[in-house]
Design a protein around this ligand. Structure first.
Ligand code: AMP
Ligand code: ZN
Length: 113
């Protein structure tokens, strides 16, 4: 996906502040943080949104949650955190590459509104 912002971040064509990387997952700090700690966790493989998860590509979702647990330990988020995936127009998705917001270090309102 040559025109995808997050594919370009994975490829190093657009700079990012990396917080985690393995063979399947990349995570970096959000440029418009919505909490004192706000990372974006993505599959390296291009998947357009949560609506495109299928039996063929869903294994990476487990890898993403393994990565999130590692990041939470490394960042000492023992007070808790929230994982959010926006999907589609009504879901507020602005980048068309599946991603998981990892938000922490403040008390997060529920329901989110
Ligand atoms: P969403 O609105 O759920 O699609 O989330 C996209 C997120 O990507 C937003 O929180 C943006 O602030 C973030 N974002 C967009 N461009 C960049 C970038 N170049 N580096 C880091 N985060 C970005
Ligand atoms: Zn992409």
């Amino acid at each position: 996906m040559s025109d995808c912002l997050f594919c370009k971040i994975v490829a190093g064509q657009i700079p990012s502040t990396k917080v985690y990387e393995d063979d399947a997952v990349y995570a970096f700090l959000d440029i418009e943080p919505q909490a004192p700690f706000h990372a974006v966790v993505i599959p390296k493989e291009h998947i357009a949104s949560a609506a495109e998860i299928s039996p063929e590509n869903s294994a990476v979702i487990a890898r993403i949650y393994e990565a999130i647990a590692k990041i939470a330990k490394a960042e000492q988020l023992e007070n808790g955190f929230r994982v959010v995936t926006n999907c589609g127009a009504d879901g507020g998705q602005t980048v068309g590459h599946l991603h998981f917001h990892l938000l922490a270090r403040r008390n997060l309102a529920w329901p989110p509104g």
